[in-house]
Design a binder for this molecule. Structure first.
Ligand SMILES: Cc1cc2nc3c(=O)[nH]c(=O)nc-3n(C[C@H](O)[C@H](O)[C@H](O)COP(=O)(O)OP(=O)(O)OC[C@H]3O[C@@H](n4cnc5c(N)ncnc54)[C@H](O)[C@@H]3O)c2cc1C
Length: 329
């Protein structure tokens, strides 16, 4: 019989969930730790009286055949649905409909439906921020959280957090720590809005190439979303860097003005508004590492930043970390 391990996974975003599922399906015992209340990481959504609002990833695409095959399972299970918005582009001069016919997918009825589905049958310890790793008496790994509690021991550890949060967990391996330290992650602001009456526009999604916005989506046009006419606006990294400490009310005011400008309409007062700042939204550069490993130490690292900041890449990176750990690379 193949040897099985006790494995800790730090981070319950797409990469950590992907690694956990691959390892569990192969017979290993995994426990996922996350500092947040739920799973999903940057694939987050907020439940409000105005509907389910996707505050992180807006949609995903699927190119890799392994990812496409997993996606089909998620669609069959009802965790994911296609989203085909009327997509526009706003540049310096005009707002025009895009000819991009790429198929887009979303968690249904909210983005976190996918992470909740992937978490089924897995062990997760939530609201637990892991601060450091230490070696146990029998040379296995213990995880020390920010309250000083010790978890484990584990035979192997998979770190699946954004790069800057991985650095303090990788001090046992110089090359892993150094690789993660090199990766710059850029911030972003997300603003969610809901209106009592639908806005008078055909736009359901828009790539913005001017001003402080990057992306706009009519959240309520996504499948399964109920409630008011809701919108999610995302700033570009440059705007976010200039507004890191701006208070949320001011961020709301400025990004609402940008929305009105992009759509070319007068905006009524929203009945709901929520702003969220992402310190580590996306990596500045695309690495092509897949996943990182120090097998002699039993340490493995994955995350979108190891492969390019998208949901599909986070899933592929997690899967690759699991395969490397199992010696199947
Ligand atoms: C605003 C925004 C919009 C985006 N839009 C898109 C999009 O439209 N399409 C797309 O494909 N991608 C998009 N992305 C990128 C996509 O969300 C990410 O690529 C993907 O979700 C990353 O998954 P991950 O598992 O690598 O990391 P994460 O989702 O960040 O997961 C890491 C997890 O680790 C946890 N964690 C961190 N440190 C610790 C610690 N010390 N102890 C315990 N837990 C810890 C965090 O709480 C988190 O849950 C977007 C991202 C943002 C922020």
């Amino acid at each position: 019989m193949t040897q099985t391990f006790d494995i800790a996974i730090i981070g319950a975003g797409m990469a950590g969930l992907s690694a956990a599922r691959a390892l569990t399906e192969a017979g290993h015992k995994t426990v996922i730790f996350d500092k947040s209340r739920g799973s999903g990481g940057r694939m987050s959504s907020k439940r409000t009286e105005s509907g389910n609002l996707d505050m992180g990833a807006q949609y995903f695409t699927a190119r890799d055949p392994h990812f496409r095959s997993a996606l089909q399972t998620w669609i069959d299970r009802g965790w994911v649905a296609e989203w085909s918005p009327r997509l526009f582009v706003r540049n310096e001069d005009e707002l025009f409909e895009s000819s991009d016919d790429q198929q887009r997918y979303v968690g249904s009825p909210r983005m976190t439906s996918l992470s909740r589905g992937l978490l089924e049958g897995l062990d997760m310890v939530s609201k637990t921020r892991i601060e450091r790793l230490q070696q146990s008496d029998d040379d296995r790994w213990e995880l020390v959280d920010d309250a000083g509690a010790v978890h484990g021991p584990f035979d192997r550890v998979v770190v699946a957090t954004p790069a800057p949060q991985a650095v303090p967990l990788l001090t046992a391996s110089g090359h892993l720590e150094q690789a993660a330290s090199q990766v710059e992650m850029l911030p972003g602001w997300t603003l969610a809005l809901a209106f009592a009456e639908p806005l008078n526009t055909a736009v359901e999604a828009c790539f913005v190439r001017v001003g402080g916005l990057d992306w706009i989506s009519r959240n309520s046009s996504k499948p399964g979303r109920q409630g008011l006419d809701s919108w999610v606006l995302q700033s570009n990294p440059r705007w976010a860097m200039g507004n890191l400490d701006t208070d949320k009310a001011e961020v709301g005011k400025q990004l609402r003005a940008e929305l009105a400008e992009v759509l070319g309409i007068d905006l009524p007062e929203p009945v709901f508004e929520h702003a969220h700042r992402w310190l580590y939204a996306r990596s500045a550069d695309t690495c092509n590492w897949g996943a990182l490993a120090a097998p002699e130490k039993g340490l493995y690292v994955c995350g979108d930043w190891c492969l390019g900041g998208r949901i599909e890449n986070a899933w592929l990176s997690g899967r690759q970390a699991a395969q490397t750990l199992m010696g199947r690379k």
